[in-house]
Structures are given as C-alpha cells and as structure tokens.
Write a protein that binds this ligand. Sequence first.
Ligand code: 5GP
Ligand code: ZN
Length: 118
Amino acid sequence: MSAQDDCIFCRIAAGEIPSDFLYEDDLVVAFPDISPLAPVHVLVVPKEHYENIMDDVPAETLSALAHAIGIVAEKTGIDKTGFRCIANTGDDGGQTVHHLHIHVLGGRPLDPNAGEGK
Ligand code: 5GP
Ligand code: ZN
C-alpha cells in the first residue's frame, strides 16, 4: 500500500508533520498520542498505509511493530510495570484513524474492564 495524501498517520510517518518520534526504523515509527489517556500513550504505526490489522499486513511489518512496542516500553519506563497494547479495528472496534496503529498505554494501573476507551 502506498502513502495516502489525506491520511494523517501517513503524513506523520513521512515526516510531513513534525512529530516527536520515540522510535523509528525502516518499517515503523512511534510517537505520542495527541490525546493521551494514560501517563504513557504512544502509537506504534507502520510507515506504509494499511487500513488495519485485516489489511494483509506483511509478516515483517507485524514483527517490526512488535519489536517497536518493546523498545517503546523500555524507553518510556513501563517495561517492568506493565502496559496495554490495543489495535482498534473497524467500526465496532472504535477505529477512528484508518491507518493501522497500536496504542501502547501505561504508567498507571489500567482498569482491566475499561479498555481505557482505546
Ligand atoms: P483509534 O480511535 O483509531 O484507535 O485511535 C486514533 C488515535 O489517534 C486517537 O487516540 C487520537 O487521539 C490519535 N490521533 C488522532 N490524530 C492525531 C494526530 O494528528 N497526532 C497524534 N499524535 N495522534 C492523533
Ligand atoms: Zn495512512
């Protein structure tokens, strides 16, 4: 999938919108959520545009996402205390930005039943 001009995460990943990347490699970037729901709330995003986890995402990209989540957890100091990863998918999943992203939430005890709205 190629970048989409009207996709905010394509534009962030391409560096068109200045963002504070916590992590970047050839396949993924990680940056803070603009409306954090926890002391740590980072989005881990593939550079290529995939609508969501159902969009034939290559295995190497899935692997890069998982790798990046670990790096982000270490860099933000939540690797030992724990955290939550969420990929809202489609309408019932509450997905609002239609470019695959993994929320990484932590820094306080998260309600096990709430999903933190994310
Ligand atoms: P979704 O509801 O699709 O799972 O999550 C989309 C997330 O993207 C929301 O948590 C929202 O705050 C975040 N978001 C939307 N627009 C921007 C933006 O321009 N920059 C950043 N950093 N986050 C954004
Ligand atoms: Zn996109």
